[in-house]
Ligand binder design. Structure first.
Ligand code: NAP
Ligand code: ZN
Ligand code: ZN
Length: 351
């Protein structure tokens, strides 16, 4: 299969900084589109993967799965897109398309394993996939999304992961009017969850460790804020919430958050910390509570989320960076010091 050489930014070891690299991508095949990447969001999963915190990272690793850009070339069987279209690519670039999950539009739960945008097995080239910290990407049109024209393109990039990862569980657990919903961890995912749950009509309670985010939370759409480091505030809110979306990237005491749920309430984890989180039996059994998890969202639901965001004019609050600042950005991400998503201006890679 013929390939092209593409400039990218990635890492060669768990403890090494990210730096400029060259990668090989396939040439456009019949069903592919080639996208000139304009912006790419910086997800905490990029950092977990670059540093091999979940195990299984193959090096060199090029992260990035909040990709937006312009189509530059299309294969001769592409029917959904044209050259010049503004599009997005999220966390997946392929799946088996035949299993029960794929047939139900839940490609993220593909029984054969979906093909992640990075650090996944690329069946075309038989190497690992490389993500969006790069000049361009070649993707099967079935895994390409349309970005609503009224949205700022750079601020829309984080919708491709942070947006869909929070939209999908909010929908699945029927968040809407009459529901009291807690959002824990106001980073990239959490701040999108606040905006989305508020647009869905729920009463939204932000639960944060950062005093500096209390004021902002209301602007994002929260009705109330709980500072989780204040035991009194946690106690006052015990047993009050129908649903909690936990977007925390690091170790935290899950039991203290479960205590905020009412009887029959559910806490869904989307955050993916490196180590297990111990759950006390009585955190669940005493109020028939549910502890669940959710991973990104299917392709059709991702388009639904983008259209919802277009309709409600929802994008991410971003801080734009040059690719050369990515290592500093990772250090700030670890300190919960970003309001609320870094987005890389990919023009900086062409310098
Ligand atoms: P992020 O921007 O770094 O946000 C994480 C937030 O968690 C921080 O802003 C902070 O919020 C809170 N936090 C950090 N350390 C904490 C601690 N020790 N105790 C309590 N809260 C803490 O990360 P992100 O990009 O939103 O990603 C969040 C997590 O979701 C990551 O683990 C990522 O890998 C995972 N993820 C999962 C999926 C999925 O499909 N399930 C998809 C994407 C990402 P406050 O300052 O408000 O406390
Ligand atoms: Zn992500
Ligand atoms: Zn499948």
């Amino acid at each position: 299969m013929s390939t092209q050489t593409v400039k990218a930014f990635g890492t060669e070891a768990p403890t090494a900084d990210l730096k400029q690299l060259s990668i090989e991508r396939r040439e456009v095949t019949a069903k592919d589109v080639e996208i000139d990447i304009l912006y790419c969001g910086v997800c905490h999963s990029d950092l977990h993967t670059a540093r091999n915190e979940w195990g299984g990272t193959v090096y060199p690793n090029v992260p990035g799965h909040e990709i937006v850009g312009r189509i530059t070339r299309i294969g001769n069987e592409v029917s959904k897109f044209q050259v010049g279209d503004m599009v997005g690519v999220g966390c997946m670039v392929d799946s088996c398309r035949e299993c029960e999950s794929c047939k139900e539009g839940l490609e993220q739960y593909c029984e054969a394993g979906n093909t992640g945008t990075y650090n996944s097995h690329d069946k075309h080239l038989n190497i690992q996939t490389f993500g969006g910290y790069s000049e361009r990407v070649v993707v099967d049109e079935d895994f390409v999304l349309r970005v609503p024209e009224n949205l700022n393109l750079a601020a829309a990039a984080p919708l491709l992961c942070a947006g869909i990862t929070t939209y999908s569980p909010l929908r699945h657990w029927n968040v809407g009017p009459g529901k009291k919903v807690g959002i824990v961890g106001i980073g990239g995912l959490g701040h999108m969850a606040v905006k989305l749950a508020s647009a869905m009509g729920a009463e939204v309670v932000v639960i944060t460790t950062s005093a500096s985010k209390v004021e902002d939370a209301k602007r994002l759409g929260a009705d109330r804020v709980v500072l989780s480091t204040d035991a009194e505030q946690m106690k006052e809110n015990a047993g009050s919430l129908h649903f909690i979306l936990d977007c925390v990237s690091a170790q935290h005491d899950i039991n203290s958050y479960l205590s905020l749920l009412r009887r029959d309430g559910s806490l869904t984890l989307v955050g993916a910390p490196e180590h297990p989180l111990p759950v006390a039996a009585f955190s669940l059994i005493s109020s028939r509570r549910t502890f669940a998890g959710s991973m990104i969202g299917g392709i059709a639901e991702t388009q639904e989320m983008l259209d919802f965001c277009g309709k409600h004019n929802i994008t991410s609050d971003i801080e734009m960076i040059a690719i050369q600042d990515i290592n500093k950005a990772y250090e700030r991400l670890l300190k919960s010091d970003v309001k609320y998503r870094f987005v890389i201006d990919m023009a900086s890679l062409k310098n």
